[in-house]
Unconditional design. Structure first.
Length: 545
C-alpha cells in the first residue's frame, strides 16, 4: 500500500514534507515491535510461579492454502489474576501428522519456558490429536508434569459436546431433511413467506418466531430451525393438505414425531453450550455439574419405542461416556477444591451414576488422586526454598543433620502431611451452595492460605481452560478459516507478528511501546465486522477477570 502511486500522490498532496517509507521499513517496524513484546512476554512466563495450561487450534488461510496453529496459554499470575495469552500463531507445514504438530508444540513450549510448568494441553478430539497426545509426553520431562502426565490431556467441553451431538443427529438425518425441505419451500420467496404468515394468523397461531433455514454444518442452527418449525406444525400440516405444490414437501406425522423427540434431547445440550459459550473464561469447577446433568439425562433416553430414537440415544451415550472417562478425574478434583461442594458432591452424584458400591470406589479414587497431588506439590515446594532449612541447620551436629536428611526422604512424612492438610480442608464445614457468585480464585487467594499446598494445587487446576474454542467452531464442524483478504496475503512471519501483537495489546500486556502498538492496531483493524468476527477466535484470547 505504501508503495502504491496513488497513495504516495495522496500523501504528497496532504503534506508535501512527509516522506512515505517503503514497505520493507513498515515490515521491519512491525517485526521489531513483535520481538520487543515477545521478549517481555517470555520473561513474564519465566517469573510466573504457577503452572500453565495450553490450548492448540489449527487455522487455515484461504488463498493460498496454508495452515497455522494458534497456541494459547492460561494461568493465574502472581497477582492471582486469571490470564490468557496467545503465544504463537505459527505456520505448520504439511503433512499435519501427530509427529509434526507435536514437534511444533514442543518447540513453542521450550521457547516460552513452559515445559517444566505445564499442567494440561487442551485440543479437539480427532485421530491426529490423539496421536499428538501419545507423542508429546515423550518430548517432555514426565517428572515435571502433574502425576507424571496422567492429567496432561484435557478436551474442550463445548467442542466435544458439539461432536457428540452431531454424531447423534446423523441417525435422524432423513427426518431433519424432510422438515428442512418444508421450511425451504415457504422461505423461498417473499410471497410464499407472507402466505405462510397469513395462514398462521388464520389458524389462530401468533407468528412471533420467523421460520428460517439452518446452516447444515452447525447443529445449533438445525436445532433452532426444528424448534421453530414445531411451533407451526399445525400450519405446515394444513398447508400440506391445501397447497398442491407444497404437498410433496410436507413432512409426515412420523417426521414431526421424530423432530419433537430430537428437540427434547438437544435442548439440554443447546442450553448448556449457550451458557458455556457466553462465559469468556471460567474456572473448570463450573462445568462438572453440567456434565453430570448431561450424563444423568442421557441414561434416561434409551427407553423409547422408536428404534431410531433408541439408536440415537445409545450412540449419544457411548460417545459421551468415552469423553467422560477422559475428563471426569480432573474435573472431580476441581469440584472437591470448590469449598461449596468438596467430596459431598461426588458422593451425591456418583451414587446415581455408578450405584452405591461403584460410587464409593470412584470417590476413593478421586481422594487418592488428591493425596498424591498434595504429596507431589509438597515435595516441589520444599525443593523451591532449601536455603532456609540450610540456615537453620548450621548449628546442628552432623548426626542430627544425617537424621534430618534421612527423614526428608521418607514417604511416610509426605503422606502424613498430605493426610493432615487435605483432611483438615475436607472436614471443615462447606460453604453454602447458595453462594452462586463465589469467586473461587479470590477464595483460595485469601481463605486458602491455611492450606498452602492445596492453595498451590487450586491455583493450577482452576487455570485450566475447557472452553477455549473459537465461536464459529463451538457448534460447527468446519475449518477455522482466516478469510480476511488483507491477512490472507501476508507472509507467515508478518501474519504471526500482527496476530500476536494484536492479541497481547487486547490482553492488556503492553510494554513501553504501547502507544506505537495501539496506533498500529488501529491501522490493522478491518472495516468488515463479519471478517473480524471470523478472526476473533484466533487472537481475542486476552482475559483478566
Amino acid at each position: 500500500m505504501v508503495e502504491h502511486a496513488g497513495f504516495r500522490k495522496f500523501c504528497a498532496a496532504v503534506q508535501p514534507m512527509f516522506k512515505v517509507v517503503s514497505k520493507n521499513t513498515i515490515r521491519n517496524y512491525i517485526l521489531n515491535l513483535y520481538e520487543v513484546q515477545k521478549l517481555s512476554m517470555v520473561k513474564h512466563f519465566e517469573q510466573c510461579q504457577a503452572r500453565v495450561a495450553v490450548t492448540a487450534d489449527m487455522w487455515t488461510v484461504n488463498h493460498p492454502k496454508k495452515s497455522y496453529m494458534a497456541i494459547t496459554a492460561y494461568c493465574i499470575d502472581d497477582n492471582w489474576k486469571l490470564k490468557s495469552y496467545l503465544l504463537r500463531f505459527i505456520y505448520v507445514p504439511a503433512p499435519h501428522t501427530g509427529e509434526v504438530i507435536s514437534d511444533v508444540l514442543q518447540e513453542v513450549l521450550t521457547e516460552w519456558h513452559i515445559t517444566m510448568k505445564l499442567s494440561t494441553v487442551s485440543i479437539d478430539n480427532c485421530t491426529t490429536n490423539d496421536n499428538l497426545m501419545d507423542k508429546i509426553p515423550n518430548k517432555l520431562s514426565m517428572g515435571s508434569l502433574m502425576l507424571d502426565g496422567s492429567l496432561l490431556h484435557m478436551c474442550h467441553v463445548p467442542r466435544a459436546l458439539s461432536l457428540i451431538v452431531k454424531d447423534g443427529m446423523a441417525v435422524m438425518e432423513k427426518s431433519i431433511e424432510s422438515v428442512r425441505k418444508g421450511v425451504a419451500f415457504w422461505v423461498a420467496t417473499t410471497k410464499r413467506h407472507e402466505s405462510f404468515e397469513k395462514t398462521s394468523y388464520e389458524r389462530n397461531i401468533k407468528y412471533e418466531k420467523r421460520i428460517a433455514l439452518d446452516c447444515e454444518t452447525r447443529w445449533n442452527s438445525t436445532y433452532v430451525m426444528l424448534r421453530t418449525a414445531l411451533v407451526y406444525q399445525e400450519v405446515f400440516v394444513y398447508l400440506g393438505q391445501s397447497e398442491k405444490l407444497f404437498t410433496p414437501c410436507c413432512p409426515t406425522s412420523a417426521d414431526w414425531k421424530l423432530a419433537t423427540e430430537l428437540c427434547e434431547r438437544l435442548k439440554m445440550f443447546f442450553d448448556i453450550t449457550e451458557v458455556l459459550s457466553d462465559i469468556t473464561y471460567a474456572t473448570v469447577n463450573i462445568f462438572f455439574p453440567k456434565l453430570c446433568c448431561i450424563y444423568l439425562d442421557i441414561r434416561k433416553w434409551q427407553a423409547s419405542d422408536d428404534p431410531l430414537i433408541e439408536n440415537m440415544s445409545k450412540l449419544l451415550k457411548e460417545k459421551f461416556e468415552k469423553y467422560w472417562s477422559d475428563v471426569y478425574c480432573l474435573m472431580a478434583v476441581a469440584i472437591v477444591l470448590d469449598p461449596r461442594y468438596k467430596l459431598h458432591f461426588l458422593n451425591a452424584i456418583f451414587s446415581r451414576i455408578y450405584g452405591e458400591v461403584g460410587a464409593a470406589e470412584k470417590v476413593a479414587e478421586v481422594r487418592k488422586l488428591l493425596y498424591t497431588l498434595v504429596s507431589q506439590y509438597k515435595d516441589s515446594m520444599e525443593v523451591v526454598a532449601p536455603s532456609t532449612s540450610a540456615v537453620q541447620k548450621q548449628g546442628n551436629d552432623e548426626v542430627l543433620d544425617l537424621f534430618d536428611e534421612y527423614m526428608s526422604w521418607q514417604p511416610v512424612a509426605s503422606s502424613s502431611y498430605a493426610h493432615t492438610e487435605l483432611d483438615l480442608y475436607l472436614n471443615e464445614p462447606k460453604l453454602q451452595r447458595t453462594q452462586q457468585e463465589l469467586d473461587i480464585i479470590h477464595w483460595w487467594q485469601f481463605e486458602g492460605t491455611k492450606y498452602p499446598t492445596l492453595q498451590k494445587i487450586a491455583r493450577d487446576i482452576m487455570a485450566i481452560s475447557v472452553t477455549a474454542v473459537s465461536p464459529e467452531t463451538v457448534y460447527g464442524s468446519g475449518e477455522r478459516i482466516i478469510s480476511s483478504p488483507h491477512r490472507s496475503r501476508l507472509s507467515p512471519q508478518i501474519l504471526e507478528a500482527v496476530m500476536c501483537v494484536q492479541a497481547w495489546s487486547r490482553a492488556d500486556m503492553l510494554g513501553p511501546d504501547s502507544t506505537a502498538i495501539t496506533s498500529l492496531m488501529t491501522c490493522l483493524d478491518d472495516d468488515d465486522e463479519g471478517e473480524e468476527m471470523e478472526l476473533d477466535g484466533a487472537y481475542s484470547t486476552g482475559v483478566d477477570r
